[in-house]
Design a protein around this ligand. Structure first.
Ligand SMILES: Cc1cc2nc3c(=O)[nH]c(=O)nc-3n(C[C@H](O)[C@H](O)[C@H](O)COP(=O)(O)OP(=O)(O)OC[C@H]3O[C@@H](n4cnc5c(N)ncnc54)[C@H](O)[C@@H]3O)c2cc1C
Length: 411
């Protein structure tokens, strides 16, 4: 069967691969010259390529040494090596599965995909067009920062959500003077109370200036109410991405394209996956792409958004899954032997339950991504406390915080 996929981000690539593996003839349309989408070209990968040297710097400082990387040094590493290599990797991967890549802007007309006036014959279609960055005069978006060709020292970050927090930490670690403006009364306002308090306090401690409960007015000089802020060299706008719906307006949508748990839009054999459906991480996009590819190929499989781990890549890392209602315990990282051994005792893990059921967790700690991934596996497979406690974590590891939490919850 002919399956056409729009977008070469994580959702498009994985829906293409699974569709090809199931014996379909797959075409993938991408409007950009390079493959990989927001994640590879502007988002996850460039930001993490910049993060790694700064993490080394952080570790050095924890042991009383000095290690310096300038922002332009870490930018160079990124452009030369990482982004191009991964984008080429996507190209080879698609080629190895026999997927035909068409470069051009696709649009949906009467249920058919058209590129440059030509109709692409398709029995099934998967739309994975992702999002567009916000374009606000006088500001740059997170996508632009890795490629910024300008010396700067003072940065004003607008938005204290995941993107704002992640880049504010990165810029602070690369020696910049960083402030964040957030209209709620803490960073990460939509997250667990203990987590957001800890992160806000930590950011103040490392010298990031926070303007909380504050709305910015942009203009010649940024202002909060009547207070004029010191003129920053750059203003980084970190929220407000828009769905890339141009040419796909005929699909059912409010802001995002509506899909059921099979990623089906309900019309004309068209599926959708990834950010365009209103989820905002690459791993959700990959998984949704996978589910869309399976269902488009006739294999029924449902998407379960309950146990998706989320990570904000600062150091300590911020990670969470599920919800933190019910009975919770908190383990300080200062209790965990590995954290003590490495001097990385900042932060905590909080795990919550209802009866024997593990409902969610948040972690602000070194290795929080792995801690939360383990808990998300317990939630995903419905593994209750008395079974989860049988899982043997290596010693000494940060994962032992999970065992300590389960032990206390099980008492
Ligand atoms: C700064 C930043 C950092 C991030 N860091 C992380 C992270 O660390 N971890 C994480 O999980 N997520 C992260 N994300 C989010 C992640 O990038 C997205 O969730 C992910 O890229 C979504 O994948 P997607 O396939 O849905 O869409 P996208 O990656 O946006 O890909 C969509 C593709 O479709 C193409 N396209 C759009 N319209 C058309 C059209 N009409 N015709 C042809 N092609 C079209 C686009 O050019 C693009 O290549 C980050 C995002 C940003 C902005």
């Amino acid at each position: 069967m002919n399956i056409t996929i729009i977008g070469s981000g994580p959702a498009g690539v994985y829906s293409a691969i699974v569709s090809a593996k199931l014996g379909n003839k797959v075409k993938l349309v991408e409007k950009n010259d390079k493959l990989g989408g927001t994640c590879v070209l502007y988002g996850c990968i460039p930001s993490k390529a910049m993060l790694h040297p700064l993490f080394l710097k952080y570790l050095a400082e924890e042991t009383g040494k000095k290690l310096n990387f300038s922002f332009s040094e870490i930018q160079k590493k990124l452009q030369k090596n990482v982004v191009n290599r991964l984008s080429k990797g996507v190209e080879y991967m698609l080629e190895s599965y026999g997927i035909e890549v068409i470069h051009g802007k696709a649009q949906l007309k009467g249920g058919n995909i058209q590129v440059g006036g030509q109709t692409i014959p398709s029995v099934k279609i998967i739309v994975a067009t992702g999002t567009e960055k916000p374009q606000i005069e006088g500001t740059i978006a997170s996508d632009d920062l890795p490629y910024l060709d300008k010396e700067f020292s003072k940065v004003l970050v607008i938005g204290g959500g995941a993107g704002g927090v992640e880049y504010a930490w990165l810029l602070k670690m690369s020696g910049k003077d960083v402030s964040i403006v957030e209209k709620s009364d803490s960073l990460l306002p939509y997250l667990d109370e203990d987590l957001k308090k800890a992160v806000s306090a930590y950011f103040k401690k490392i010298g990031i200036k926070l303007y909380l409960s504050s709305e910015i007015t942009l203009g010649d000089k940024p202002r909060i109410g009547n207070e004029e802020l010191p003129q920053p060299d750059i203003i980084l706008y970190t929220f407000g991405r828009k769905p890339a719906l141009d040419g796909f307006e005929e699909l059912p949508h409010e802001k995002w394209i509506k899909v059921d748990k099979r990623m089906y839009t309900g019309v004309n054999n068209i599926y959708a996956a990834g950010d365009i459906t209103g989820t905002f991480t690459a791993h959700e996009a990959i998984h949704e792409g996978f589910i869309a590819g399976l269902n488009a190929s006739g294999v029924e499989k449902y998407y379960n958004p309950e146990a998706v781990p989320k990570v904000i890549y600062t150091e300590p890392q911020i990670a969470y899954v599920g919800n933190t209602k019910g009975k919770c315990v908190k383990i300080n990282m200062a209790e965990i032997p590995r954290a003590i051994a490495e001097g990385l005792t900042e932060g905590f893990l909080k795990v919550c339950t209802e009866g024997k059921k593990i409902t969610g967790a948040v972690a602000f700690s070194h290795d929080a991504e792995n801690i939360i991934t383990l808990i998300s596996m317990f939630i995903n497979y419905g593994i209750e406390i008395d079974k989860a406690i049988d899982f043997i974590e290596p010693h000494p590891s940060y994962l032992e915080a999970v065992f300590e939490a389960l032990l206390r919850l099980n008492s």
